[in-house]
Design a protein around this ligand. Structure first.
Ligand code: EPZ
Length: 426
């Protein structure tokens, strides 16, 4: 089976350029369906999840061409409003097509989305929100049919600041008649970026990034050019990689203002940070200080997508740390694998107690989800001996050639392809 082979124990040193954010590019690509026009979208990384989104746009009849990190999207020939079940099953973000399709074409057929197994992932906020805007949404046997003669602005109060529901409803409201208020909206930087993109298309979105978003519907939207923001989760992953190896890494093209909770936490743990306008330098100090209680939360709280990397880092701290995962109810699978490498982690439902410092030992480990996979790579970088990380499909969803990026910083890491026999064995 193809896997990453890592020889641990080398501090990471050097500069890393942060590429565009997967979680901004995905809803932005879905939003192109709101117009019948051409778009130029820059800083879009070549990741598995984006390949799936492009395949979905193709299936609807759009044309998408990639030149380096720029995508040229042409939605003038869209003629289908059903997202293929096979593609929906591969990625939760395929759900982002629901709002734009109903808003622009008055109908959408989707299926229960797949994606990372990190806990219960319901879609009720998306469905209830669209119903509030006047759509008829029926779900039967995993098939979701949404129809509307017209969407009308309304006040939608989200029970929880869901990122995906906020984005789907912003897009639907952009072409609805009248004004929509999304209350208790998610405030992630990726939502601000989507708001900028929609406004560049001619929408009237106010307050993206705040707890209440107001959208005044317009009759028509047009194509535009846009540069996607840098990926704060990839940036955070590289900072934890530098910290856990006692390295010295400078991130370029970063947005420190999107990462305050992460930078504060790293500084509290003893890492030395120098923060510039778009650069972050981190010098890792081992062992890190323990953190008595870290709670993941919606932005601007500590992001759940960096929780696995944090847990790995804290296995090296001198003392006991506690991490509480409040966003998802099943996001500690990486802990089992870390324990197999010698870590002392006790998980009770949404709480992990980490006792350190423990000497991690190279092992064969498996990624069960995207960020859990990244955490195992970090463990391999810090471990004694050889680690083999399997389940690369998960990691490739959100990291672009992670082994090359880390090797450029001095890590001993390479991708081992499956042998013909293993391929044949499947
Ligand atoms: C987005 O997922 C991100 N994905 C996730 O990143 C991230 O972990 C998550 O937000 C939280 O920050 C993308 O942006 C593509 P939510 P999303 O809706 O939109 C519950 C990664 O690693 N909920 O904010 O799916 C839900 O079960 C990925 O890049 C409902 O109950 O997250 C969860 O407990 C993984 N009903 C909580 O809300 C709903 O209708 C937060 O989910 C919707 C959500």
């Amino acid at each position: 089976m193809s896997h990453l082979l890592i020889e641990g124990g080398r501090p990471l040193v050097g500069r890393h350029k942060v590429y565009g954010a997967k979680n901004a590019a995905l809803p932005i690509l879905a939003a192109t369906v709101l117009a019948r026009d051409t778009f130029e979208i820059e800083n879009v990384p070549d990741l598995l999840d984006l390949k799936i989104m492009i395949a979905i746009l193709h299936a609807l009849g759009a044309r998408v061409r990639r030149e380096g990190t720029t995508l040229y999207v042409d939605t003038r020939e869209i003629h289908r409003t059903e997202v293929p079940e096979e593609l929906m099953g591969q990625m939760r973000s395929s759900l982002f097509l629901m709002g734009p399709l109903v808003a622009r074409y008055r109908e959408a057929t989707l299926y229960r989305p797949g994606g990372c197994a990190i806990g219960t992932r319901r879609i009720d906020f998306h469905v209830e929100g669209l119903r509030r805007l006047g759509a008829r949404v029926v779900e039967e046997g995993g098939r979701i049919e949404a129809r509307a003669l017209a969407l009308r602005g309304a006040t939608i109060v989200l029970p929880y600041p869901s990122v995906g529901a906020t984005e789907n409803l912003m897009m639907a409201a952009a072409l609805a008649e009248g004004t929509t208020r999304i209350v208790n909206a998610a405030r992630e930087p990726e939502i601000e970026d989507l708001g900028r993109f929609l406004n560049a298309m001619g929408a009237r979105v106010y307050g993206a990034g705040e707890a209440t978003i107001v959208v005044e519907g317009v009759r028509e939207l047009r194509g535009t050019r846009h540069r996607v923001i840098p990926d704060r989760i990839v940036a955070g992953t590289f900072l934890f990689a530098a910290a856990i190896t006692g390295g010295d890494v400078v991130l370029e093209d970063a947005r420190p203002e999107h990462m305050e909770a992460v930078l504060d936490l790293l500084a509290t743990s003893g890492a030395e940070l120098e923060v510039g306008a778009d650069t972050i330098r981190l010098r890792g100090k081992l062992p890190p200080r323990p953190l008595p209680r870290v709670v993941t939360a919606p932005h601007p709280g500590f992001p759940t997508d960096l929780q696995p990397q944090l847990v790995t880092y804290l296995t090296q701290s001198e003392g006991t740390s506690v991490v509480v995962e409040t966003v998802f109810d099943g996001r500690f699978r990486h802990a089992e694998e870390l324990v197999r490498m010698g870590a002392k982690i006790y998980v009770d439902q949404r709480t992990a107690v980490i006792e350190g410092p423990t000497r991690l030992k190279g092992e064969r480990v498996r990624a069960y989800d995207l960020r859990g996979g990244a955490a195992l790579v970090l463990a391999g970088l810090a471990a004694e001996g050889t680690t083999r990380v399997y389940g690369l499909t998960h990691i490739d969803r959100g990291y672009m050639r992670i082994e090359e990026e880390l090797a450029a910083l001095g890590a001993s890491i390479r991708r081992v392809s499956a042998t013909r026999e293993e391929e044949a064995a499947g």
